[in-house]
Write a protein that binds this ligand. Structure first.
Ligand code: NDP
Length: 324
């Protein structure tokens, strides 16, 4: 079978290349899936490169999500021919993932392909879109306030799906981007306002600014998140998803104390089965398929070393779907 293999040399450098490997090298697991599509997420960029502490051992097959067809199974929840989706559980990081013609995993980590989605559409959503849905659900659970919802890192994978989802829910969406040339794209997904990244780039000078945003899906973290906290409406929530702009949070406690702002952490990796099924069903129901298609950048296994580097530089737009 063909697979993207990342190897580590004795001097510690890593290299990634497509190779033909024997199927018996697949890890142990209950279900073998013929992978049809995978995607490129920020973590994949890390794992195609030196790993960033995520990869447990080499040689490694990255690919933190995939969709495909069950080929063999020891678990009676699935039968050969069933369509399935996988996100999370450290697949593609600590374990071999979706950048191969076949993957072997635990049955517990899979969910049935949601009704109404093809395997390609499911991967156009992928981990980034699934996480956006979790973020939107977390904001809903806390009660979204009136007024625009801010999405940071908007032209990226998490951001693009969040913009389209919130717009489909009838919300006014303000999209933050560092790429002004993506304005038409973001408006086509449903953004009603474009905020230049530079406008939110300065570090916090005043801990509270005008109450502006009724909620926020934040894929960027760092100084931008700190700044946004001071612009939230009273009692509004920020769903913190990512750290594309840095892991340090140079914020004060004032927005929490004087405005009752909620900071909600979103983790897609260890979500229980019921939550995953619920989020996928809502994605299939809510997300307009024409907008999803507009986000897709098609790719092959051979494109992955380049795309892995691009996503770490914030240069990928929307969702890369890998045809395996
Ligand atoms: P992408 O690279 O597709 O998108 C990130 C976007 O952030 C970029 O497109 C860019 O948007 C913006 N950005 C990049 N660098 C900077 C910077 N230095 N300062 C400000 N903005 C920047 O990645 P994903 O959307 O796939 O993932 C986003 C984050 O979410 C990552 O940190 C990822 O690890 C995390 N994540 C977390 C998950 C979880 O379970 N919590 C699951 C999935 C992802 P623009 O050009 O529009 O400004």
């Amino acid at each position: 079978m063909r697979a993207l293999i990342v190897e580590k040399a004795e001097d510690g450098t890593t290299s990634a290349a497509v190779q033909d490997i024997a199927e018996d090298r697949l890890p142990e697991g209950d279900v073998t899936v013929r992978v049809e599509h995978s995607t490129v997420n920020y973590k994949d960029g890390l794992c195609i490169g030196p790993g960033g502490g995520l990869v447990r051992s080499y040689p490694h097959v990255p690919g933190i999500d995939f969709a495909g067809t069950v080929e063999t199974t020891d678990d009676d929840r699935y039968a050969p021919g069933d369509k399935v989706v996988l996100t999370g559980w450290r697949v593609g990081e600590a374990r071999w993932g979706g950048y191969a013609e076949k993957a072997r995993v635990k049955a517990d980590w899979l969910v049935p392909l949601p009704e109404g989605l093809t395997t390609r559409q499911a991967m156009a959503v992928g981990t980034a879109g699934f996480t956006s849905m979790l973020a939107v659900q977390a904001l809903e659970d806390q009660g979204l306030k009136d007024g625009p919802v801010l999405v940071t890192g908007a032209a990226g994978g998490v951001g693009s799906v969040a913009v389209a989802l919130l717009a489909a829910m009838g919300r006014e969406v303000a999209a933050v981007t560092g790429r002004p040339e993506q304005e038409d794209y973001l408006r086509s997904l449903g953004a009603t306002q474009i905020v230049a990244r530079g406008d939110l780039a300065e570090t916090v000078k005043r801990p509270l600014e005008s109450e502006t945003w009724g909620g926020c899906v934040d894929a960027v973290g760092g100084a931008m998140l700190a700044r946004v906290l001071g612009q939230m409406q009273y009692g509004a929530s920020v769903a913190a998803v990512g750290l594309a702009g840095g892991a340090n949070l140079p914020a004060t406690v004032i927005p929490f104390l004087l405005r009752g702002v909620n900071l909600l952490g979103i983790d897609s990796v260890m979500q229980p089965y019921e939550n995953r099924v619920r989020a996928w069903a809502r994605l299939a129901e809510l997300l307009p398929m024409d907008k999803l298609e507009a986000m897709v950048v098609p790719a092959t296994l051979e494109d992955l070393p380049r795309l892995g580097a691009d996503i770490l530089q914030g240069q990928v737009r929307g969702r890369v779907v890998v045809d395996i």
